[in-house]
Design a protein around this ligand. Structure first.
Ligand code: SF4
Length: 400
């Protein structure tokens, strides 16, 4: 199933009013932060050697997310990637993605990123309509977004994903489809579309929590969702997950690893990882991350990820234990993760992983959701129907 690496850059130029992710706008600690992240990367690379047989090659994917990785100097990003690829022994075929924001991405940065080994970009375009971009409080306008895309291609990237937000007050489906067509025409081969979520403790919560359903009715939001999927499919950008679509062969291996229940390292404040069946998280605190990452204690980490008896709840200020999954827990989680994907649940894979027949374990849940029209069962595969996509959370919870 492979191993993967996620790196969290917690810095942004300005906080978007809808954003609930961990990020800060004070970038004065960026140098120190990346020094600490390099120390953490070295630590996990050393851990990786003992954790898996040295005969197995290094992790298959690396993903730098955020926050806005492109808003810190490129030498920090590139220096960390070079440390990771060198110390983990990452192969040439690995997918190495960087999230970038059109407002802080330049041709020079693009060239530096590609020279250091990044081979995939995920660009937060969100919309190409200037009014919608204003509503979202983004720093770029449509012209800036298109210029950033041109720069990315000119720098040499051929595998570029564009993120869009749908269900924004004032947004029409026609405009969204026009935006998608524009980036497809430019050569974008992967598109992620996320419905606007009104998160607590954000300016959007104060602005919209009472009114969002009047401004964008749930029916209109769902209609836009299905229209976007239909449109992308028609253009050959095939939906392969609830929010993601790609030209076949350009699906994100990194994202797919989450739905496949793979192991992944997490580097950086706020990053979450999954190793040795243990889910863990880094505290969302940059100061304590810096001081702890520079002094990681191998024994403490071994205890955190080790046997149940030796389990510690946390390494103060650095990482904390979330849960340890038993084989049974992993079996319960399997349908939950797989139903996000268009391919869905593979009964043969289920049997191979857990030694049980899917229908013996989940016969009732399967039958009732097929009857409701939420799931379809075709041969070995079980997946959400078009109606089921609108009730995905309910269906997935049924299997937990
Ligand atoms: S750029 Fe991204 S991470 Fe930063 S505040 Fe905006 S949405 Fe959040």
């Amino acid at each position: 199933m492979g191993r993967h690496i996620y790196v969290h850059n917690p810095f942004c130029v300005r906080k978007c009013p809808y954003c609930g992710f961990f990020s800060v706008t004070d970038r004065s600690l960026a140098d120190k932060y990346y020094e600490a992240a390099i120390a953490e990367a070295r630590f996990w690379a050393d851990f990786d050697k003992g954790y898996k047989s040295s005969e197995i090659s290094g992790p298959d994917t690396v993903y730098f997310g955020g926050g806005t990785p492109s808003c810190v100097p490129e030498d920090l990003i590139c220096g960390l990637l070079e440390e990771i690829t060198g110390s983990f022994g990452i192969g040439k075929d690995a997918e190495i993605t960087l999230e970038v924001n059109p407002a802080s991405f330049t041709l020079e940065k693009g060239r530096a990123y590609i020279n250091s080994g990044f081979n995939r970009l995920s660009m937060g375009i969100q919309s190409l309509d200037d009014e919608i971009l204003k509503t979202l409080g983004r720093l770029h306008d449509s012209k800036g977004a298109l210029k950033a895309l041109d720069n990315a291609f000119e720098a040499g990237f051929t595998n570029i994903s564009a993120d869009f937000i749908t269900g924004v007050p004032g947004q029409s489906v026609e405009v969204v489809l026009k935006d998608l067509q524009t980036v497809i025409d430019k050569g974008v081969r992967h598109i992620s579309t996320y419905s606007l979520m009104i998160e607590e403790d954000t300016p959007f919560y104060d602005r919209y929590s009472e009114t969002i359903e009047d401004l964008v009715s749930p029916e209109a939001e769902r209609e836009m969702y299905h229209e976007v999927r239909r449109f992308l499919n028609e253009k050959g950008i095939v939906p392969y997950e609830i929010s993601n679509a790609a030209l076949p062969g350009f699906e994100s291996s990194h994202n797919s690893s989450y739905w496949d229940g793979c192991d992944y390292y997490a580097i950086g404040a706020g990053a979450h990882g999954f190793l040795n069946s243990v889910r863990f998280g880094h505290y969302e605190d940059i100061d304590s991350y810096i001081s702890s990452a520079l002094n990681i204690n191998r024994d403490q980490v071994d205890s955190l990820l080790g046997s149940e008896e030796k389990k510690m709840e946390q390494i103060e200020g650095f990482i904390y234990f979330e849960e340890r999954l038993t084989k049974n827990d992993r079996m319960r989680e399997y349908p939950f993760l797989k139903l996000r994907t268009t391919k869905g649940i593979d009964k043969a894979e289920f049997k191979e992983r857990f030694g049980k027949d899917f229908e013996d374990v989940y016969g009732e849940e399967l039958r009732s959701n097929v009857e409701k029209g939420y799931l379809k069962s075709e041969g070995q595969m079980v997946s959400l129907t078009k109606t089921g996509l609108d009730f995905a959370n309910l269906v997935m919870e049924d299997f937990l």
